[in-house]
Design a protein around this ligand. Structure first.
Ligand code: EPS
Length: 365
């Protein structure tokens, strides 16, 4: 069974990931993984960090002559910015003076800051924010580069697009080819509708001027998924439950939806369920409101998963917080931030969906 773990702080030396359980013999291209990492770095709404980093993976183990060898795969992406943070993020230095000068005491509302220091009894928010940062998604995307290449050998493809930013939402029809094309056609927003894309971009520019942030919705499809993945028989093997857990774990995601999920709760059953047809020895549906899963099991239709990102919590116009040292009101910490992560978060959703589908396939095999 495959599993993966990431490690690394936002301004530490680098982000690492170990994937265990990949079968031997899967062809792996490092360029493919680097192209995935590049997708995570592009997009309107990015902060200053993305112009410092040029994320590239170094594979340390598990791949030989371009193929997996069935051993754990370990990878690292070095943080170029670390050299500017050596004093604040030193592994080796043990002096209290350096440690104190790197301390942060004003937790940001909405981030893991306060909850994290309460969990561990820390007097320094930096211990929490360095790991809670969405920089960690770099490691997930590198892992996704492996899972996706495995899925391609099974004829399964995954792609995402920006469905909504703030209150601007796509309402036109589109298909999987339209979704895939957004990486080329609209790398800034990744929207299938050019007019909506312009509105979304303007909204992000306005939020930047107002020193505010924006959330939105990423929709991810997996096509070529065979019927029968996941299980209806036990709560913790239902594929929709596993997808929800994986997607909800992405930084700033506050809701996950499969198929027509939210909308269908306000409709009648006759408007929601997808009638079953049969042709050439195969069952099929003309609609896909179930989003490719019924009873926790894939039905052969594309998986359609939406994640809802809240506006990120580091605000250049900070909210009030409490200084954990003095207990007096103060403004929340701002070092640097994105305005909107949605356009570049798509590849993170893709990586997590690729993991769940790859794992389900290997369990079935
Ligand atoms: C990110 C790197 C971080 C943030 C962002 C995502 O780098 P820095 O803190 O140096 O600017 O830009 O993290 C957050 C949005 C967050 O809330 O933590 C990245 O590589 O994606």
């Amino acid at each position: 069974m495959i599993r993966f773990l990431t490690a690394g702080e936002s301004h530490g030396k680098g982000l690492t990931v170990i994937i265990d359980g990949m079968p031997a013999g899967i062809p792996i291209s490092i360029d493919f993984i680097n192209a995935e990492l590049a997708k995570r770095q592009k997009g309107a709404g990015s902060g200053g960090r993305m112009s410092i980093e040029k994320d590239e993976v170094e594979v340390l183990s598990g791949i030989r002559f371009g193929k997996t060898i069935g051993s754990p795969i370990s990878m690292i992406i070095w943080n170029k910015d670390h050299k500017n943070w050596g004093d604040k993020m030193s592994v080796e230095d043990q002096s209290d003076e350096v440690k104190d000068s790197a301390r942060i005491t004003a937790p940001r509302p909405g981030h893991a800051d306060l909850a994290g220091i309460q969990k561990h009894g820390f007097d320094d928010v930096r211990n929490v924010l360095e790991r809670a940062s969405a920089r960690e998604t770099t490691a997930r995307v590198a892992a996704g580069g492996i899972f996706k290449q495995f899925l391609l050998t099974k004829g399964i493809e995954i792609a995402s697009h920006t469905l909504q930013i703030g209150d601007i939402k796509v309402d036109s029809e589109y298909d999987f080819e339209d979704i895939k094309a957004t990486y080329e056609k609209d790398p800034e927003i990744r929207c299938v509708d050019a007019a909506k894309s312009r509105e979304m971009k303007q909204l992000i520019q306005n939020a930047r001027m107002d020193k505010d942030t924006l959330g939105g919705v990423v929709e991810t499809w997996a096509v070529g998924v065979p019927p029968g993945l996941g299980d209806y028989a036990q709560w913790d093997t239902k594929l929709d439950g596993l997808i929800a857990q994986a997607m909800m774990s992405i930084q700033s995601v506050k809701a996950v939806e499969i198929g027509a999920g939210v909308k269908s709760s306000g409709q009648r059953g006759s408007e929601v369920h997808d009638a079953i047809h049969h042709r050439d020895n195969q069952y099929y549906r003309k609609t896909n409101r179930a989003g490719g899963i019924e009873g926790g099991v894939t039905n052969g239709m594309p998986l359609v998963v939406r994640v809802y990102h809240k506006p990120i919590s580091t605000l250049y116009n900070p909210l009030q917080t409490i200084d954990i040292e003095t207990k007096h009101p103060t403004e929340a910490t701002v070092e640097r931030s994105d305005i909107c992560v949605v356009p570049r978060a798509g590849v993170v959703s893709e990586a997590m969906l690729a993991y769940v589908v790859a794992r389900a396939i290997l369990l079935k095999l």
